[in-house]
Design a protein around this ligand. Structure first.
Ligand code: TMP
Length: 215
């Protein structure tokens, strides 16, 4: 048989939580420990899924019905899992993904009100049983996160233009997911400086994967 299966770590949270910076810092730390980590993102991560991403993050807030949004995200996720995530994990690589299924639960399930059952059914049909080994949920007050995101983004602002109440429901959704799945999820305050937040994330990762990192 080939290498031992890699670990699947996902980063979640509302707009402007600083996920991509934290993923980059974590990948560098893992590399120092001899762990090759593949960084990727959703929606996206393959050429086809990046095309679907453009449909979702550009344009007007009301362009899609909530279920269409959920289906587009799952179409992109199917590509990403089949072509990138599963092959990497099978080859022994770790995968660090900027967003995964919890985003559909929080944004479409809680934010748009599709509900937990509908999203779980989509997940079963499109993906099956793949669940992250660890999920870091970065929590930030909605106004602060939206201000940070606005300072950064160009055309990818479709979600940022949705109502503040929508983003409050998304935030509550992420917190509910983290509460419900405490073994998989670590809920962290995203407001400390990037270096301090990264220290916290490294502590969580070191604890969760003590054996894999102790070589
Ligand atoms: P971001 O990852 O750059 O923040 O942008 C992706 C946007 O898409 C973000 O506003 C969250 C949203 N999104 C969903 O609504 N559902 C999903 O399943 C995913 C992966 C992202």
């Amino acid at each position: 048989m080939s290498a031992k299966r890699g670990r699947f770590v996902t980063f979640e949270g509302g707009e402007g939580a600083g996920k991509s910076t934290q993923i980059r810092l974590l990948a560098a730390w893992l590399a120092e420990r001899g762990v090759e980590a593949r960084m990727t993102r959703e929606p996206g991560g393959t050429p086809g899924a990046e095309r679907i991403r453009s449909l979702l993050v550009e344009g007007e807030a009301g362009d899609w019905t909530p279920m269409t949004e959920a289906l587009l995200n799952y179409a992109a996720r199917r590509e990403h899992v089949a072509r990138v995530i599963e092959p990497a994990l099978a080859a022994g690589q770790w995968v660090l993904s900027d967003r995964f299924a919890d985003s559909t639960m929080a944004y479409q399930g809680f934010g748009h009100g599709l509900g937990r059952k509908a999203i779980e059914a989509l997940h079963r049909a499109a993906i099956g049983r793949l669940v992250p080994d660890l999920t870091i949920v970065l929590d930030i007050p909605v106004r602060e996160g939206l201000a940070r995101a606005a300072a950064r983004h160009g055309r990818e602002d479709r979600y940022e233009n949705m109502a503040t109440e929508f983003h409050e429901r998304v935030r509550r959704g992420f917190r509910a997911i983290a509460r419900r799945e405490q073994r998989r999820c670590a809920l962290l305050d995203a407001r400390p400086a990037p270096e301090a937040l990264q220290d916290e994330i490294r502590r969580v990762v070191a604890r969760r994967f003590a054996r894999a990192l102790a070589r």
